[in-house]
Design a protein around this ligand. Structure first.
Ligand code: HAM
Length: 404
């Protein structure tokens, strides 16, 4: 039997309703915040991710579904959504037009990671990207929007935030950090020893216990910010405070993608095990320029749909629609006519196989239909159909032309 690939899952009943509910809720809230839908291709040039997510990141270094297509192009299944949206933003010349643009998207992402609970090779994100707004009010508004989404889904979380500085303060900080990392090198894991030269900032969020102990005295980015970054970060924090949004300052939060500047944040849940990040994002003021666009400030986030599926509280499901069944093959023609008319305004399930009344009622119940209507020999003779309301349990006979 052919099975789905390791780390890839079918999303079907009963989980499909959770999946759809999350996308619908997040889309509704994003629209209220002025975001419009964008769809970008699943497949992009590999260079796009190398230049945006970063060559030294784990995503690009180890996890890409990369191949040469039939035309000899080096292509890659998207490991995340931001790079494609930025490419579309530049390709459609929105960077040249100026102004503010806000997009939301959802869809599959692919990372060749070691599958475990909460970590898949194909997973789905819902994300938002905002272009053109430099002020930290936009970062704050985005955090507020994510809060609204999780609140609407009944999900608890902790917000972790940090600032990753800018090209003015980061190089000096990086030097200080590298000097410190060389001093403690022998106590670091192999990955971190390698990262000292490739991506020293990533050492800060290593999960290996011995590295964490070694890093206790490491210089922190927040203590080394330039005046502007420090003031902006201070403003964001006072906005969170004045709006009573609880947060945790996490000076070692660096994110796994290289494009961030200034604000970085994660929403984490304590209820889903080790892979606890349910959403992550931040500001990426230099990415549009890195991808050859006109310098444009930007901020965005994405949430992991599979990770929040088990956390989301579903609204009470209500019976809906009509189940139409036959007890005689001759009744099928009538069912087809009724179904087509009814489908102009409501959901209709049809069952063309002859079944007992009990079997039809059981099937209608499984479909969560509100009404169950059956046509048999008697109904064909009298021109009436038998209808049961599965909510109120009321039964009646109605003339076909009255029913449709
Ligand atoms: P990210 O933190 O890599 O950020 O992913 C965002 C979310 O996707 C994570 O918080 C997690 O919930 C989910 N996720 C990531 N990897 C997996 C996986 N292997 N299996 C299941 N869920 C996963 C980004 O992707 C950025 N593009 C976010 C962003 C948008 N930053 C700015 N704009």
């Amino acid at each position: 039997m052919i099975q789905a690939l390791r780390g890839m899952k079918d999303i079907m009943s009963p989980d499909n309703s959770r999946f759809v509910h999350i996308i619908e809720t997040a889309s509704r809230i994003a629209k209220r915040y002025g975001y419009e839908y964008i769809e970008t291709p699943l497949l992009e040039e590999t260079t796009l991710f190398k230049r945006s997510v970063g060559e030294s990141s784990d995503i690009v270094g180890k996890e890409m579904y990369q191949f040469i297509d039939k035309g000899g192009h080096d292509v890659c299944l998207r490991p995340e959504g931001t790079a494609g949206v930025v490419r579309a933003f530049i390709q459609n010349k929105l960077d040249k037009r100026g102004g503010t643009y806000r997009f939301f998207y959802h869809g599959p992402m692919f990372r060749y990671e070691r599958p475990q609970k909460g970590r898949l090779r194909e997973f789905h994100q819902f994300g938002c990207e905002s272009f053109g707004e430099e002020s930290v009010y936009e970062d704050f508004t985005m955090i507020l929007m994510i809060k609204d989404i999780f609140d609407a889904l009944g999900i608890g979380y902790t917000i972790k935030i940090n600032s990753l500085g800018c090209p003015e303060c980061m190089p000096g900080y990086r030097e200080r950090l590298v000097t410190h990392l060389h001093d403690i090198k022998d106590g670091l894991c192999e990955d971190c020893q390698r990262r000292i030269s490739t991506n020293p900032i990533r050492v800060l969020d290593c999960k290996v216990e011995s590295c964490r102990t070694q890093l206790q005295k490491a210089p922190l980015i927040v203590d080394n910010l330039c005046k502007t970054c420090d003031a902006e970060f201070g403003r964001l924090i006072s906005l969170l405070k004045s709006h009573d949004i609880p947060y945790e300052l996490d000076p070692k939060l660096v994110r796994g993608l290289d494009y961030y500047t200034r604000t970085a944040f994660e929403f984490v849940s304590s209820e889903i095990g080790a892979q606890s990040a349910i959403a992550g994002g931040g500001r990426y003021n230099r990415l549009v320029e890195f991808l050859d666009g006109k310098p444009t400030p930007a901020v965005g986030f994405a949430l992991g749909i599979e990770r929040i599926m088990e956390l989301a509280k579903m609204p009470k499901s209500e019976r809906e629609g009509l189940y139409l069944g036959v007890m005689e093959p001759d009744a099928i023609e009538t069912v087809l006519k009724i179904a087509h008319k009814k489908r102009q305004s409501e959901k209709v399930y049809t069952e063309y196989r002859k079944k007992s009344l009990k079997a039809h009622l059981k099937a209608a119940d499984r479909m969560q239909a509100r009404l169950c209507a059956i046509i048999g020999e008697d109904e064909l003779k009298t021109g009436e159909i038998w209808v049961k309301d599965l909510e109120s349990k009321e039964e009646r006979r109605i003339a076909v032309n009255e029913f449709v």
